[in-house]
Design a protein around this ligand. Structure first.
Ligand code: COA
Length: 388
């Protein structure tokens, strides 16, 4: 297998884009990534697009072909493939591109993610997202994603020492970081009071415990590491790529407060890379709800179960802490266009490793991790990236 590098990144602003279509969003992100890599479209050999549900959000299927066509690549007949794994579609799109290049099958590959969620109302969005859970056993009895993660939060808070205030501090931290990220959907700092006074969505989760509904796209270009310098000197090595799965229903898990697919993918990524937790300088985790960040930090093995709330309160996960978590603002503040999130996480870590993250730069960052979750943990992708 060949070593792989990320040679270009591009991301649209995340938010409500009434004036841009699904395909426009992709083209914007793709063009930024190609420009960043110093490439033209003719140099791309293959395309992977992470997308969860264009069929329900914009009534469009056949996304690989659509994107190849509107990117001007259809007449060159390059392979263009949609990758779907709910909110982990982006992470898996990146992994497919890495596998294609590592195997020697392709050389220069775009991995992207795109979702246009705001053209439908909140009800349809929430119902569409519920399709990432088990429709027969969870969706049909009314379980939504805020509802499922509220069950995780309730169970967790019953068993471990996590206060409501500590949960709110996850959102406060991520809004602080988002306020320093030009692409973030929410760029205002908030306080614990803001979270605690916001409307209840699914007890104990309030509005500011939730990621929002978002439009956006992100794209990266990957190439063989030994050819990266032909294109740019601002490349980053892909040190590990891991993917794991679990039961789709929460009620089929032995422990609903532990995401075993996160545990497995995190372990595999670190062992494939030959690294330990102490080597990781920053991590982008899948904080679709504040409780999800707490679980992710623990399930990835950065601390023991029950400790992440205290670490958040002590500032360990803050921008200037020992383990900065979600420097982009996370899904909470940056926004969560589901198919694009996993690629945006890669873009953020690459920016940090290139020292280009501006006001949210982690000084001297050399190794970063991303953690992208589909559903309540039925699919997890973990990647480790490193400065060469
Ligand atoms: N955090 C902070 N503010 C938010 C927000 C969020 N997550 N979602 C919406 N808002 C704000 C809006 O900006 C708006 O503010 P304004 O009145 O100042 O303009 C206000 O709250 C109302 O927005 P609206 O779009 O009407 O919210 P809503 O009530 O329709 O939706 C949620 C709120 C929480 C139900 C929705 O964002 C949601 O379902 N989030 C979870 C998404 C999800 O499950 N993703 C998959 C995870 S695996």
């Amino acid at each position: 297998m060949r070593d792989v590098a990320v040679i270009g990144i591009g991301c649209t602003p995340f938010g409500e884009h009434w004036g841009a279509s699904f395909r426009n969003l992709f083209i914007q992100a793709g063009a930024l990534a190609l420009e960043d890599a110093g490439l033209s479209g003719e140099q791309i050999d293959a395309l992977y697009v992470g997308n969860m549900s264009a069929g329900r959000f914009i009534e469009q299927e056949h996304i690989g072909a659509l994107i190849a066509d509107y990117s001007g690549m259809a007449t060159r007949h390059i392979p263009a493939t949609r990758v779907e794994a709910a909110c982990a579609s982006g992470g898996l799109s990146f992994r497919q591109a890495v596998i294609a290049v590592a195997s020697g099958m392709e050389d220069v590959v775009v991995a992207a993610g795109v979702e246009k969620m705001t053209d439908v109302g909140t009800g349809t969005s929430v119902d569409t997202l519920a399709g990432a859970a088990d429709r027969e056993w969870e969706g049909l009895v009314g379980a939504t994603f805020p509802g499922l993660y509220a069950m995780i939060a309730t169970d967790y808070m019953h068993r471990y020492p996590l206060t409501r205030e500590q949960l709110a501090m996850v959102a406060v931290k991520n809004h602080f970081n988002g306020a320093r990220n030009p692409i973030a959907q929410f760029r205002q700092e908030i306080t614990v009071e803001t979270v605690l006074r916001s409307p209840l969505v699914a007890d104990p989760l309030r509005l500011f415990d939730c990621s929002p509904i978002t439009d956006g796209a992100a794209a990266v270009v990957v190439a063989p590491l030994d050819r990266a310098r032909e294109f740019t000197d601002r490349f980053v090595k892909v040190r590990a790529s891991a993917q794991a799965s679990d039961t789709i229903s929460l009620h089929d898990r032995a422990d609903i407060s532990r995401l075993d697919a996160t545990v497995a993918a995190g372990r595999w990524a670190l062992s494939d890379a030959g690294l330990s937790h102490r080597d990781i300088d920053l991590v982008e985790v899948h904080d679709c709800f504040t409780i999800a960040e707490i679980c992710a930090i623990e399930d990835l093995g950065f601390c023991r179960k029950g400790e992440a709330g205290r670490l958040t309160e002590e500032g360990v996960t803050a921008l200037d802490g020992d383990l900065p978590v979600n420097t982009s603002g996370g899904l909470k503040a940056c926004g969560h266009p589901v198919g694009a999130t996993g690629i945006k996480q890669i873009c953020e870590v690459v920016q940090q490793l290139r020292g280009e993250a501006g006001k949210r730069q982690v000084p001297g960052a050399e190794i970063g991790m991303t953690h992208n979750v589909g559903g309540t943990g039925a699919t997890v992708a973990v990647h480790i990236l490193e400065v060469v």
